[in-house]
Design a protein around this ligand. Structure first.
Ligand SMILES: Nc1ncnc2c1ncn2[C@@H]1O[C@H](COP(=O)(O)OP(=O)(O)OP(=O)(O)O)[C@@H](O)[C@H]1O
Length: 365
């Protein structure tokens, strides 16, 4: 648990960067600090490991004030991940990861063995161990940054825009992996981002800060969407909050799904028409859902160039938002649910997805 007790930071020129911040980041959870540029997010984070000293107020780790702690000891208890990873350029990847554990007194061989395990945990191939940071992509470097922060097995982790320097696809992968790792390690994490989507996706709790370094609201993502406490929070969360709410509700149970006929890529038009009298037929490739085929087309075989590949598929146990997206992106407005191997399990018509959305809205009222 990390507690902010009336924490303030101002500079000699009179700038008040953080103003009377009070909140508790619960143990074993991810608390995200989000807010517009310059509202004091990074300063708040850096006051926790005392890279910046508060002007007044106290910050407590599990009830113990950081002001009384030895600063080196304090930083060793807290993993720190920053944008662009901040790796040591002259050290190999394995040594980058092992460094903190060695500083904490672990034997080199043990620290390196653990670093090799962590490389795997963050999804990197073992052969990257001997490379240097500049020989890795931005996304790989970020993964090393996370592995390095985990290496000393700290109870607390501070993450400052850890995924913002990579492209959206890699970013999403890193976020998913990060959530998977956190499920296993349950660290007490405070993360800074300016991206509300990232905050909603990763945060168990989200602290919205406003200009002048004041807390506008601290709540779960669902609460923020359902009941923003001020116009500032409502505006910051964005106009599409009705749609975002769907992310916090799991999609239809499998029993609600209709059987959806499917045909393999490479089959003939005659085979396709034999399978279904409907205009649009789901196409699989090696059993994985991949698109929709228009059986009114005059082609002899089903090939990728005559399959509509624009549809999304909703994972089993996914969210209502994914289900709605699948229905809206399908040319026949049927949402297809797939298993982990992407094999289709069945479908749901857009009308039924919308009914589920409606009952959700009624529940919230
Ligand atoms: N040493 C300093 N002296 C005076 N002002 C400072 C100093 N360091 C930071 N600031 C100011 O404090 C404010 C908050 O900075 P901070 O980096 O904490 O904001 P942020 O919310 O993380 O912003 P961003 O999202 O843009 O990174 C900024 O206006 C910045 O200019």
């Amino acid at each position: 648990m990390i507690t902010f007790n009336n924490v303030t930071k101002h500079y000699d020129d009179g700038t008040v960067v953080v103003d009377g911040l009070n909140f508790v980041a619960p143990g074993g959870k991810i608390t995200v600090l989000v807010g517009p540029s310059g509202c004091g997010k990074t300063t708040s984070l850096r006051m926790i490991n005392r890279l910046v000293e508060p002007s007044s107020g106290t910050i407590l780790l599990n009830g113990e004030s950081t002001a009384q702690m030895d600063v080196v000891q304090l930083r060793r208890r807290i993993g720190y991940v920053i944008q662009n990873a901040g790796l040591f350029p002259h050290k190999t990847i394995i040594d980058n990861i092992a460094t903190t554990a060695i500083l904490n007194g672990a034997a080199k061989s043990k620290a390196r063995a653990r670093a090799a395990e962590l490389l795997e945990v963050v999804g990197l191939a073992p052969q990257l161990a001997k490379r240097y940071p500049w020989q890795l992509s931005g996304g790989q470097q970020q993964r090393v940054g996370v592995a390095r922060a985990l290496a000393a097995d700290p109870e607390f982790m501070l993450m400052d825009e850890p995924f913002s320097a990579v492209d959206p696809v890699v970013r999403e992968q890193l976020q998913e992996e990060f959530l998977r790792i956190q499920k296993e390690v349950s660290k007490t994490i405070i993360m800074v981002t300016h991206d509300i989507d990232e905050a909603m996706k990763l945060g168990d709790c989200v602290a919205v800060l406003k200009p002048g370094g004041k807390l506008a609201q601290l709540a779960t993502p669902g609460e923020l969407l359902n009941a923003p406490q001020s116009e500032f929070v409502a505006d910051f969360i964005g106009r599409d909050r009705g749609y975002r709410k769907l992310s916090f509700h799991t999609s239809a149970p499998l029993t609600a799904l209709q059987a959806e006929p499917a045909i393999e890529m490479g089959a003939t038009l005659a085979q396709a028409r034999g399978i279904s009298a409907q205009r649009w037929l789901l196409v699989t490739q090696q059993g994985k859902a991949c698109g929709w085929f228009d059986t009114h087309q005059q082609v002899t075989v089903i090939a990728p160039e005559n399959v509509n590949l624009g549809a999304t598929f909703s994972p089993q146990g996914g969210t209502l938002r994914q289900l709605l997206d699948s229905a809206l992106s399908s040319p026949c407005h049927r949402a297809v649910v797939v298993d982990e191997q992407l094999a289709p399990l069945g479908s749901l018509a857009l009308e039924n997805v919308l009914d589920a959305c409606k009952s959700l809205t009624q529940e919230a009222l």
